[in-house]
Design a protein around this ligand. Structure first.
Ligand code: G3I
Length: 349
């Protein structure tokens, strides 16, 4: 039967994140799946600032180079993730030698050097960049990251300008999670409109799409997709996975996540997921792929956040040892039945 990339040909790119083992060639069962099924890749971790730029005077391109080479060798569309993100950003960015918070000018100069060194190195090899990641809170306000505290909201505009200067032909994206939340949607729309008024082109808005079985409501997701595409931005589904576990309550606090009841949820299925859960999982994937198809004029790429369940960040989150089953391929590298169902659905459209 057809592979995923064959089935979606002419509709949108279908991609996956790659982890370090895969990039190093130590997981050929996974890289064989990537070559066979997908036509786009993104680095799960190796281009994050703490990895690629651990000290002001030291870049480490070893893994990132291999990742980009894998893409070139296998004719895959390569996305860079991510240039400016509050998380996994090394401390040196924000403080001087004496440990004092740097000035606005210094941080801007550091951002510029960071962005332009990386983007220039991969010019012509990387199709697009997640330039700014997760800058908006769920309530629509700007996240009070160190970039924001020191520079103000202009850091976002500057990041896009620096990236554009370094590679005018690369696509530039804004990427964020929980994009279905109406207040967050409105915050992102307002930010993008403001940037556009200032002459910034945002080629696509990335909806990460770390989904649960019944959260978010797909109608809210669609409303966001429509709101973003009406800004004349493409929409990319950048980090898709569907957790089959209850979504941990962020407000629960450490006591609850350490509690016995919570621990019982760590691996409730032990490699044998009940039929009812599998059905819900498959329905959810099918509904979302149907939605992407409905909006295929806007949606140019759908990327899964990992190849097999063993690779998912959802394992060990939010507590070590928790096991999830959110991806299309199982821990033994077999395609789950949902893969064929997704393919059949798109062929019947
Ligand atoms: O590689 C080291 C290993 O050497 C070390 O022994 C071990 C001990 O902590 O850590 C390993 O690194 C971990 C890395 O994942 C690889 O497994 C880091 O601690 C851990 O923080 C890192 O988590 C990543 C997370 O982003 C934070 O950067 C996840 O893999 C990655 O899936 C996740 O991806 C993010 C996107 O970038 C942005 N959107 C949300 C998404 C999910 O959180």
């Amino acid at each position: 039967s057809l592979t995923l990339k064959e089935a979606f040909k002419g509709k949108f790119l279908i991609g996956t994140a790659m982890n370090a083992y895969q990039i190093m060639g130590k997981d050929t069962a996974a890289t064989n799946i990537i070559k066979k099924q997908f036509n786009a890749i993104v680095a799960e971790n190796c281009m994050k600032s703490e990895r690629i730029h651990p000290r002001e005077d030291k870049f480490d391109f070893s893994l990132a180079d291999k990742f980009v080479q894998f893409g070139t060798d296998n004719n895959l569309v390569v996305t860079g993730h991510t240039l400016i993100w509050h998380s996994q950003a090394p401390d040196w960015f924000f403080v001087d030698d004496a440990g004092k918070m740097v000035s606005k000018e210094t941080l801007i100069a550091r951002m510029k050097n960071h962005i332009q060194t990386i983007v220039t190195r991969y010019k012509g090899k990387i199709k697009g960049w997640d330039v700014v990641n997760e800058a908006i809170n769920d309530d629509g306000t700007y996240r009070s990251s160190k970039f924001y505290q020191i520079i103000g909201e202009d850091y976002i505009k500057l990041a896009f300008q620096f990236a554009r200067e370094a590679d005018p032909d690369a696509e530039l994206y804004y990427n964020d999670y929980s994009m279905s939340i109406p207040a967050k949607r409105n915050g992102v729309v307002a930010m993008v409109k403001k940037l556009q008024k200032q002459g910034i082109t945002i080629d696509a808005i990335g909806m990460q799409s770390h989904l649960g079985l019944d959260n978010p409501d797909i109608k809210d997701f669609e409303a966001s997709l429509e709101a973003f595409s009406s800004l004349e931005c493409k929409v990319m589904i950048t980090e898709m996975d569907i957790s089959i576990l209850p979504f941990p309550d962020k407000n629960a606090g450490a006591e609850v996540t350490k509690s016995f009841e919570y621990k019982q949820q760590m691996d409730p299925y032990r490699e044998s997921v009940p039929d009812s859960v599998t059905t819900a999982f498959e329905q959810r994937y099918l509904s979302f792929f149907k939605l992407f198809e409905k909006h295929k004029k806007a949606v140019t790429r759908v990327t899964l956040w990992g190849v097999t369940d063993a690779n998912s960040w959802k394992n060990n989150w939010p507590v070590p040892g928790r096991k999830d089953y959110p991806l299309l391929f199982s821990r033994n590298y077999a395609p789950k039945p949902i893969v064929d169902k997704i393919i059949k659905q798109t062929l019947s459209e």
